[in-house]
Ligand binder design. Sequence first.
Ligand code: DX5
Ligand code: ZN
Length: 214
Amino acid sequence: MHLVAPSVLSADFSNLQKDIELINNSEADWFHVDVMDGVFVPNISFGFPVIKAIKKFARKPLDVHLMIVQPERYVKAFREAGADNLSVHIEASVHLHRTIQMIKAEGMKAGVAINPHTPVASLADIITEIDLVCMMSVNPGFGGQKFIEHTYSKIQQLKELIEKNNAKTLIEIDGGVDLNNYRKLIDTGADVLVAGNTVFSSSDPSGTIAVLKK
Ligand code: DX5
Ligand code: ZN
């Protein structure tokens, strides 16, 4: 059974508790939490105080996606703020293997995020070490962007790499997931669907989460 992780980036920040309760009471599995530094991506989202506030009310794991340079600087701080899964970008961490060990040593599930232009093959020597690949299906930085179709073939390649290595790594698809493409994504091999705009711009967010779970 695949997992659904609504992205808090598209929630109502003037009434965050309401949207957190909505996710708590829905069929969603995780909270997807996007952290942007204005350097790695051309946008700034939020940091520790907001994550701590989410953690205070969330009754499901926090899946934190770091879009920041040198994420190794803050591994411990994100654990303390409440992260359960921590994903760092392969393009942003020079000593990725060490960063992954740091994340696991803090008791979190370790994820690696890859941009649309980054080949799946670049994960070959780290795949057995990680719990999750966050495959970007848009260029990171903003919610509500259009899904990049080339993602399907990358999912197939990643699935092959995982099977070849007998790994248990989950394939998470992040960006532009909607009610038209979610089925094909699952059929192609996705294990986790992130959805921001599709959930929160809908007139019935928990009903939309239920559809994405089907
Ligand atoms: C994009 C973020 C995504 C974003 C997805 O940089 O990593 O998690 O919130 O939003 P939608 O589902 O609206 O594309
Ligand atoms: Zn994300």
